[in-house]
Each structure stands twice: as C-alpha cells, then as structure tokens.
Design a protein. Structure first.
Ligand SMILES: Nc1nc2c(ncn2[C@@H]2O[C@H](COP(=O)(O)OP(=O)(O)O)[C@@H](O)[C@H]2O)c(=O)[nH]1
Ligand SMILES: [Mg+2]
Length: 410
C-alpha cells in the first residue's frame, strides 16, 4: 500500500492531487486540522492534513489531467466514495452482507496500527466530508462544459440566492433558446434572454396591489420585519396623498412599546386607533371605526415557522367585510426561513407579500423564489426607515434588472 500525506487549505484542494498522484482508486484514510508556520506560536496557519492511500498493484494514475475536468473529477470521487462505502459496509458486515468475496483492488487493507472499526468510522466521516465538498463544488461549478456567459449567469443567480431548482429551470430555458442561435453566446445576449424569461415567469405574480375593494387590511409577519413602520408609511400615503379616512387597529399587545409605536403614528397622522387583546375585542374595534374607509390592522410578530402561531394570528384576521392579509417579510431574512413562513401562510389563503429592508441587502432572490414557488404576489417594497417615503409599489422589470445585475464582462 502506498500512503501519502497532503497538507492543504481545505479538503477539496487535496482531491485533484490525490487523484493525479495515487490514481482514481485512492482512498482517504484520515484528515485532521493542523497548524503550521507562524512566529513564536503566533500567526500559525490553519491547514488540513489529508492521508490518502492506494493499494500497491492498483492501476496507475491517468495521464496529466486536463484543465477543465471538474465534471470528470466529480465522477471519479463519486466512484471512490461508492467504493469506500461498499468497503465500509462489507468490513463491518452490519449494513449489508458481503456479496462478492473477492477483494477489489481499489480498497486498502487495514493498517495494522488502527483497529478496523476506527478506520470504518473515519471512512464514513470522510465520506460525509467528501459528499459535502462535492455538493459545494457542484454548486459553484455546475456548468463546466458550458460557455462562460452561462456560467456567469449561474453564479450570479446562486449569489442572489435564487433557489437551485429555479436556476436549473432558467439555465435549461436559456440553453433551449440558444440551441437555435449558438452565435448568441456573449453575456449581453445571455442576460437579455434571461431577463425576458424571468419577466415572463414573474408576470402572473407582478402588477398586483392590495385589493382596492378590501376595507380591512391585515399585516402579518415575523418579529421586527417592519410591519408597524410599513403600516405608518401606507396609512400616511393613503391619508395625505389620497385623503382617505384611515383607521388603525393593533393586536400587538405583547409589547407595550409596540402599542405606543403605532399610537405615535396614529397621533401624527391624526387617525383613530383601537387596541384589541383577543378576537373577542374585534367587533367593538370595528364598531368604533365604522366611519373609516380603510382600516389597517397591525399584528404581533411571532415565530411563524411554527404553524400554531400562524393559526393563532389567523383567528384574529376574521371579518365579515372585504378584507385582505399581507405577509410582511424582510429581505435581510434567510431565504429558507422566509419560505417556511410563506408556506404556512399560503395554507391560510394569504397571497400578497410585502418586502422590507431592500436598502439593507444586495441579495434579492427571495422575492423571485416566493413568487414562483408559492405564487405570492409582491405588492410593495420598502427600502428604508423614513415614514412615509421609503416604500413603493413592486416593479417587476426593475426588480429583474436588480436581480440579474449588469451582464458579466466578456
Ligand atoms: N433599513 C430599513 N429598516 C426598516 C424598514 N422597515 C422597517 N425598518 C426598521 O425595522 C425596525 C423594526 O420595524 P417595526 O416596524 O417595528 O417592525 P415590526 O416588529 O414588524 O412591527 C425599525 O427599526 C424600523 O425602522 C426598511 O424598509 N428598511
Ligand atoms: Mg410592530
């Protein structure tokens, strides 16, 4: 058996070295973090030590690898993983009984210094590591055989946190369009094809606003996303610009400050405000505000990834009149969390979403993800703390431009 030690910054770096020096059947026996260099024990660099081995007599490594062989690399490592997995299973005889008794040349015999179980544990741990690295590798280099402009588009969308399935769908659609026009391979053309497709896909969810016929509009969403501030912005806009008779209700009685916050805006705007502590208080509040044309209702932010909280807030949203519920989400939130919250509210028939804090991020994928995957219609985008100015209706074309950014340099 040939054993070699590699010291690298991260495991994926070692894979091509191992492959080219020990061949495709090499296996990783161990990895550990080491610190090297430095001065008097300071400034030492964190590195990873990788021990790889190949059984003597295994096929020699292939000739020097081509520069653009990431896909082939991936294939080989997957093969190595499968072999290692099979070995681990066969050696422990726990996962499945050995079927083939003849030893495969790719699998190293256990070094005498380590007990077999420990090696198997290490191997399994390693496999987990490699799988993760491969996933990351394939996330970032998925289109190795594709033109650079397509790769750049892919990277842009990954960086914008567009969901993987939507990226794949878009890249396929762009490629389909290109099949008839292979000369359109420069970034400008690719970007404009992508822009066209994204606009087309977003169109059913674009150009919507809060229902004009809704007299009561509820705002729901996680804590701190900007519900109260948004209500103040919209109420100010409606009453100052359009002279509409607005009324406010808050059910956010978890925090005294939350009631005071909305009351401050109500006082500034000179509009009446009612506080409700439970669904039973609602009829009285509506009665008090019966002369109002439009009522905005603020609610308490909760952990709405928990469906129980969603059903709880939903019980507050009942009314006999035309009403609508707007889910408020902050663009600074994590896409996965937003999707979990959206999923819960969509079940209760919510179809409008309002995004806040555009000014605090340069990652916009969440809007597209929620529109395409949950059919949520973005109605407004808030982009700052100033009441009433920092809010505007959602503009799909501007949004897609921001999402795609400028075409990559050629
Ligand atoms: N940067 C930025 N901050 C915002 C925006 N909307 C609200 N905020 C701020 O976010 C914080 C929480 O807002 P608030 O309305 O109390 O959130 P709520 O808990 O959902 O009612 C406050 O400091 C707001 O000023 C926005 O669009 N951009
Ligand atoms: Mg609030």
């Amino acid at each position: 058996m040939r054993v070699k030690r590699y010291v690298v910054n991260a495991l994926p770096e070692a894979l091509p070295m191992i492959r080219s020096e020990l061949g495709k059947d090499a296996v990783i026996l161990n990895t550990k973090e080491v610190r090297i260099g430095g001065f008097m024990g300071m400034f030492r660099k964190k590195k990873m030590e990788v021990i790889a081995a190949i059984e003597s007599g295994a096929p020699a490594p292939a000739a020097a690898s081509q520069p653009r062989q990431a896909a082939a690399d991936v294939q080989r490592v997957v093969h190595a993983i499968q072999e290692s997995k099979r070995q681990a299973a066969t050696a422990t005889a726990v996962l499945e009984p050995p079927v083939v008794q003849t030893p495969t040349p790719s699998i190293p015999t256990a070094p005498v210094s380590q007990p077999l179980n420990r090696i198997n544990d290490d191997l399994l741990e390693e496999i987990r590591h490699i799988k993760l690295s491969l996933k990351q590798l394939s996330m970032h280099r998925p289109e190795v055989d594709k033109p650079l402009a397509i790769q750049a588009l892919y990277s842009r969308l990954v960086q914008q946190e567009v969901e993987a399935e939507l990226i794949d769908r878009l890249i396929d659609a762009v490629n389909e369009k290109l099949a008839g026009n292979p000369e359109l391979l420069n970034p400008q053309d690719i970007w404009s094809i992508a822009r066209g497709l994204l606009n087309e896909w977003l169109a059913p969810q674009a150009n919507h606003t809060i229902n004009h016929s809704a007299r009561i509009v509820h705002f729901v969403g996680p804590t701190g996303v900007g519900k109260t501030t948004t209500i103040a912005k919209l109420a100010a806009g409606q009453s100052i610009k359009f002279g509409r008779q607005i009324g406010l209700i808050t059910s956010d009685t978890y925090r005294i400050a939350a009631v005071d916050q909305l009351r401050t805006y109500a006082n500034i705007l000179n509009v009446p405000m009612e506080v409700v502590f439970s669904p039973m208080d609602l009829p009285k509040a509506y009665k008090q505000l019966e002369d109002r044309e439009l009522i905005y209702m603020d609610t308490a932010g909760r952990n709405f990834r928990n469906e129980l909280h969603v059903s709880e807030v939903n019980s507050l949203l009942q009314s006999n009149e035309q009403s609508e519920t707007v889910l408020v989400l902050s663009l600074t939130g994590k896409t996965k969390d937003m999707m979990a919250v959206a999923d819960n509210f969509v079940k209760y028939g919510v179809s409008k979403v309002l995004f806040t804090k555009l000014d605090e991020t340069s990652v916009y994928g969440a809007i597209f993800n929620l529109a395409l995957l949950y059919e949520l219609k973005p109605v407004f985008i808030a982009s700052g703390q100033t009441v009433p100015d920092d809010i505007s209706p959602f503009d799909a074309e501007r949004y897609i431009d921001a999402l795609l950014g400028a075409p990559a340099d050629e």
